[in-house]
Structures are given as C-alpha cells and as structure tokens.
Design a protein around this ligand. Structure first.
Ligand code: CLF
Ligand code: SF4
Length: 495
C-alpha cells in the first residue's frame, strides 16, 4: 500500500513534467507525504529556504572504502571531502541537538551522516536516535548510509520513527562498482574488487526495497564520476524510482589532490556544472531530482549552505540552560507560521496561474540567472557577502531551480568592498553561463566587472521573492529585445 503512495508521489513531482517550479512539487504530493517533506530542507527544495537541518558526528567507523574518501575526513557520500568534524558521544549529541533546536527554531531535522557510516556504528547511532525520539519528539530524524549494513538495520530504524533514509548508490553494476570501491568489510573479512562491489550493491538494493515497503522515504545519493558512472546513472535513477525511492540526488565528485583521496591523487576529474545539470535533467524524466544539495559536513548546523557550527561547540553548549518543553512550544508556533505563509503563497500562485496568458508556441530561449540570498526565499543578500549563488533558469515554462555555485566571499563585513581581486574574479568565473545576477546591493567595481563578463547585475528586486524576481528580469529581457525570439509577438509570463 505505502509503496504505491510513494510511487505516486515520485511520479507526481514537478520534474517529471519538465516544469521546474519548486512550489509545484509540494502541491502535487499526497497529504501524508507532503507532511513528511514540507519542512525537510533536503527533501523539499522550497523548504530549504526556510527550514534548517543539523548533523551530529557520532559515527566514526566505516565498513567500506570509496575511492573519493580519505578516512581522515568526513564521509564523502554526504559531505565535502577534506572536512573534519568533532566526534561526539550520543549524550553530547543529544545536548547539542537541544541547544541548537532552542536557538534555531527553524531547525526541523537531525541527521546522522558520519563522519564514517552511521550503520557501521549501530550502537552510537541508535543510542542517539533512541534518546532523541524520546526527548525531542518535534524533530525529524534522518540518516545517510552507504547501504552495506542497511538490511539488518531497517527494523531498528523503523522503531525510532526515522522517516527519511539516504542510501548512496553509485552503480548497479559490480564491474563499475569495483572502480569506485576497492574493498568492503563483510562478515569479518575484507572483500576486494568486483566480488565486494557485488555484495554492496545487493545490500543497497535489498535495503531500499525493505525501507520503501515500510513507507520510509528514501533519497538516493549518487556521486557523478566522469568516465566511470555518469552514463550509467540514468539506469540507476530508473531502477531506484521503480523500487519506490522518493528522490534522487546526483552530486558532483569532488576530487582534489590535497584531500589525499585515491581519485584526487590519480587526477580523476570532477564534472563541470553544465555536465552535472545535463545529467540531472536526463535523470529527471524518471525521478524527482534534488538539485539543492550542499554536500554538508557531518556536523553541519543551519540552513543548507550556511554553517553555524561554531556557535554550538561543546564548551558553549555546556554553558547553555535549555528548557526544551518551552522551546518546543515556541518552535511549534514558528513552524506553523512558516507553513501557513507557504500555503498562502501556493494558493496565490495557483490563482494567478489560472489568469495567466502563456503562449507556449511562441518561445524565447531560456536564461540562467544567479541569485544572492541568505534564506527566506528572498533576494536579500549583498553581492559581496555571498558565499554561494543559487542559479535559476527562466524560460517560457516558468522558473526552475538549477543548482548552486560556491564562491569565496570577497567582501567581509561592512568595510570597503572590492579589494580582494582574486576572490571577486573567482566569483565572476563561477557564474559562467549566467546572464544576470540578482542581489540586494552591489558595489561599483563588481558591477563593472560583471558587465564586462556579460553578466548583468540587478539590485532592483531587493527583498522580493526569488522566483517572481527572476521572472520579472526575464520579462524585462524579452521587452528589451535581448532574447532570440522565435515569434514576433511579445510574450509575458506571470510570476
Ligand atoms: Fe542530513 Fe542528509 Fe538527512 Fe539532509 S543532509 S542526513 S538528507 S538532513 Fe541534505 Fe546535506 Fe545534501 Fe545531505 S544538503 S549533504 S542531502
Ligand atoms: Fe568514506 Fe563514507 Fe565511503 Fe565510508 S562510505 S569510505 S566514510 S565516503
């Protein structure tokens, strides 16, 4: 029964129809699924503008080796390689979760994603989940795993009300698997090559089937490794969707020699932004795609893309007095307020869509635009303060979220901007392919350099909702005759 609901939800998703409005993903979902994802920042692109997640690093060991991982660092299946998290005991983790929940009321989800594999550390992981399900019942629990130990853990996971599980599945083919996983540790033995990869793949698929049969929402992460698995990932998408996975997150391989990973040292290249986007688009025919993953660290705290971990180090938490009952009441009011305003926004959008004249036979070329935001779904960040830009595509079909581009913040604080030339040049380079950048403010110097690079800066939409602003700029480009028209008639699309 549950499986068909999840399948229906996956099919009803926006990406299957080619449209990209993130609100549509929510409106197409059955109520029971919407309730599970509407405040989960990873399972809903819309939610990630408003709700935060946190990870607790309680799981140090791992039972496999991935060629994109260096054991000194966090599990690269959900994290950026080269990041080290402070290991916590389950008790310390619970204390930290309460402290964060009380201070960041928008934090709705607690995930365990490393620094090794959570299910290779079952005692530490399940002790943490057990205490949290008892003591912080308003927080959703989430786990990410390589899948090797998953079938044996499904029963225990379901006991702790864990509704969201991520499995990293990079391949269905043991020959490809042997190029990604040199060995696994299985039944007390190290098993190498194709034989080890075959066991891992079978365990992942079995775990996926068991979870979906229980109605647990499964997200599948896949690392796109050019020349190794990129063509095969369309088949992965098709198969995991058929087995009831809710979402597919194709992430780029990050391979730097300084991280000391096998791929980094061997010079294995990472995909270009455009290659990643093309693969995500190809997979989206069969699957809801996640495009807003930030490859968080195993101790990440805050909205996706921000890291407030420094505010919650162990010494700082020790000094905090937390009344969790009171915090829960406050949190409930804030969560309800956000959901209500999102529902209102959806209703307004649906009403506007009914009166909108869109003429799909007369199309203009799509345009990529970058957006500086610090959350809340608004254009509300100074260009120089951005550490990442969200990229949206505007077209005759509306606006869709494409991904994000990380940049080095070149303007720190409120002092003079534009001094850090190389960081600014790097920001502009990272916006390759975008024709406009929308922000709340921008300095004179970056304005000129962006224009020289063919990217039009725009501060006219400060504090306005992102999708409406992107559509506004797109319509202005149409009116100004900047887009290649396939028709002489003008065409306007509604926000
Ligand atoms: Fe954490 Fe992962 Fe749960 Fe999210 S992260 S365990 S599903 S709560 Fe999210 Fe971070 Fe991407 Fe993971 S953005 S790395 S997908
Ligand atoms: Fe590293 Fe995670 Fe792979 Fe384990 S599963 S080897 S921690 S990337």
């Amino acid at each position: 029964m549950e499986l068909s609901v999840i399948e229906e939800a996956a099919e009803g998703g926006c990406s299957s129809s080619g449209c990209g409005s993130t609100d549509d993903q929510m409106t197409h979902l059955p109520d029971n699924i919407r309730e599970k994802v509407q405040n989960h920042p990873c399972y809903s692109e819309e939610a990630h503008h408003y709700f935060a997640r946190m990870h607790v690093a309680v799981a140090p060991a791992c039972n496999i080796q991935c060629h994109y991982c260096n054991r000194k660092y966090d599990c690269a299946n959900e994290s950026r390689p080269g990041v080290v998290s402070e290991l916590l005991s389950p008790e310390q983790a619970v204390k930290k979760v309460k402290a964060v929940a009380a201070n960041i009321p928008q934090m709705t989800v607690l995930g365990i994603a490393g620094p090794g594999d959570p299910l290779a550390n079952p005692e530490r992981t399940f002790d943490t989940f057990r205490m949290l399900s008892e003591q912080t019942p308003d927080i959703k629990l989430c786990v990410s795993t390589n899948g090797l130990a998953l079938p044996d853990a499904v029963e225990e996971l379901s006991k702790h009300n864990i509704d969201h599980v991520t499995i990293t599945i990079n391949t269905l083919d043991p020959e490809i698997g042997a190029k990604i996983y040199p060995w696994i540790y299985w039944n007390g033995r190290r098993i190498r090559g194709v034989k080890g990869a075959k066991i891992l793949i079978e365990q992942q698929q079995k775990g996926l089937e068991m979870l979906t049969a229980k109605g647990i929402l499964v997200k599948v992460n896949s690392v796109m490794i050019p020349g190794v698995n990129e063509d095969h990932l369309k088949e992965v998408s098709r198969v995991v969707k058929a087995k009831g996975a809710f979402l597919h997150n194709v992430m780029p391989l990050i391979a730097e020699a300084e991280h000391g990973t096998f791929y980094g040292v061997m010079g294995q290249r990472s995909p270009e932004d455009s290659e990643l986007q093309a693969l995500q688009d190809e997979c989206s025919g069969d699957m809801n795609m996640m495009r807003h993953c930030r490859q968080c660290r195993a101790d990440a705290v805050g909205l996706l893309g921000e890291d407030r971990g420094e505010e919650f180090t162990l010494d700082k938490i020790e000094e905090m007095e937390i009344d969790y009952e009171a915090a829960m009441e406050k949190r409930a009011v804030i969560h309800e307020g956000i959901i209500e305003s999102l529902n209102e926004k959806h209703a307004q959008k649906a009403a506007a869509a009914e009166t909108t004249l869109v003429t799909p036979d007369k199309t203009y070329r799509p345009v990529l635009m970058a957006v500086a935001t610090s959350g809340g779904g608004l254009i509300n960040q100074h260009f120089g303060h951005a550490t990442e830009f969200l990229v949206y595509e505007a077209s005759a079909n509306g606006v869709r979220f494409i991904g994000h581009r990380k940049v080095d913040q070149y303007c720190i604080g409120n002092d003079t901007c534009g001094e850090k030339e190389s960081a600014l040049a790097g920001s502009i380079r990272s916006l390759k392919g975008c024709e406009a950048v929308l922000c709340s403010k921008i300095g004179f110097e970056p304005w000129g350099l962006l224009e020289e690079a063919g990217i039009q800066p725009n501060g006219e939409y400060a504090m306005e909702p992102i999708e409406e602003a992107v559509l506004g700029v797109y319509n202005e480009m149409i009116e100004a005759g900047l887009l290649d028209e396939k028709s002489d008639d003008s065409q306007m699309i509604s926000a």
